[in-house]
Design a protein around this ligand. Structure first.
Ligand code: UDP
Ligand code: MG
Length: 318
């Protein structure tokens, strides 16, 4: 079946509470489009029965397909698996919690038909906590300075990709993936438009502050080696200022004789330098860790079952 016009990729992790209403909403929109479509769900190792619900949906409707992971591998892995499943000439990636309104799909398709390879609905940040909004803004400001590719604030993973954009995303071999960066890196004609942010309908966000922080660091480091460069420059300038300071001290001692205080200066210098060294080591360590990770050539996820391997609903709940 190669005549699918639109594929929708939906990563799901513990979404049993919303998946039915999400599916109903999405299906209503897709049915109105008058195009052939498929919905590719990826169950990212949910522990709440999401997989069984997906299995039931797939059994009911041949246009629904799913892949279930053996455990939770993270949204990046789930999106990758979803993209690999798709056959459509346009692909939409969206969250299962109805924060990405299915109602926007017709408009996205319309823009795609005008020749755009990537269509990105950008959410404003209404309804999000003050702290989180401020942190996100700061993060994007820092990232913009540190990365070779451009990230747009408010553009999440919700987007439409043309077939050739999907193929280029899939052609990148790295297993430590940062999609926001990858989508921007592949290029092609891109257009974005704004929509109103909404709260997730049910269930909980899987992104605690720690997970967000880790994701942020991943994003900064997984895309280029500018942070390493930064560490080198910082080290260099600290070293130069230390030399200048030493020279100045020598001159002062020669002119005015030795003076015992200066203890504070000494301590400050030591602490500052150790700080910089630790940061630099950390940055290098991160890269070494990444090299180690890539060198193992592990697959980004392990599949437990798909709609094809597990066509009938299992007898017992897990
Ligand atoms: N998700 C996933 N694996 C994970 C975490 C999240 O597949 O490990 C999915 C989740 O089911 C949802 C989407 O990614 O469809 C976004 O997750 P969430 O709503 O928790 O993130 P937020 O909207 O708070 O950024
Ligand atoms: Mg959400």
């Amino acid at each position: 079946m190669t005549d699918v016009q639109l594929s929708v990729v939906v990563p799901c992790f513990n979404e049993a509470e919303v998946i039915e209403s999400f599916h109903t909403a999405l299906h209503a929109v897709l049915a109105d489009l008058g195009e052939t479509f498929e919905i590719c769900y990826v169950d990212d190792g949910s522990r709440d029965g999401t997989r069984l619900l997906l299995n039931a949906l797939a059994t009911r409707d041949g246009r629904v397909r799913y892949t279930a992971f053996s455990r939770n591998f993270g949204k990046e892995a789930a999106m990758l698996a979803g993209l690999r499943m798709t056959r459509g000439s346009a692909v939409v990636i969206m969250d299962a919690d109805l924060q990405h309104p299915p109602g926007l799909i017709p408009r996205m398709l319309e823009l795609h038909r005008h020749g755009y390879d990537q269509v990105i609905p950008r959410r404003d940040r209404s309804g999000e906590g003050m702290v989180r909004t401020t942190l996100s803004h700061t993060y994007y400001a820092v990232v913009r300075r540190c990365m070779d590719v451009e990230l747009i604030d408010g553009s999440g993973d919700f987007r439409l990709l043309s077939r050739r954009a999907v193929e280029s995303v899939l052609s990148l071999p790295e297993s430590n993936r940062f999609s926001k960066g990858i989508f921007s890196w592949i290029g092609f004609d891109t257009v974005s438009f704004r929509y109103r942010n909404s709260e997730r309908v049910a269930g909980r966000s899987k992104w605690g502050s720690r997970r967000l922080l880790n994701y942020g660091i991943d994003g900064l480091l997984s895309f280029n080696n500018r942070p390493l460069r930064l560490a080198i420059y910082t080290g260099f300038w600290v070293f130069v200022s230390a030399l200048a300071y030493a020279a100045w001290t020598v001159v002062k001692v020669v002119l005015h004789g030795a003076d015992t205080p200066g203890y504070a200066t000494l301590i400050t210098a030591v602490v500052a330098l150790s700080g910089i060294q630790l940061v630099t080591l950390g940055v290098i360590g991160e890269y070494v860790g990444r090299i180690y990770h890539e060198a193992k050539h592990r697959p980004p996820y392990v599949v437990r079952e798909t709609d094809e391997t597990c066509p009938a609903p299992p007898e017992h709940a897990p």
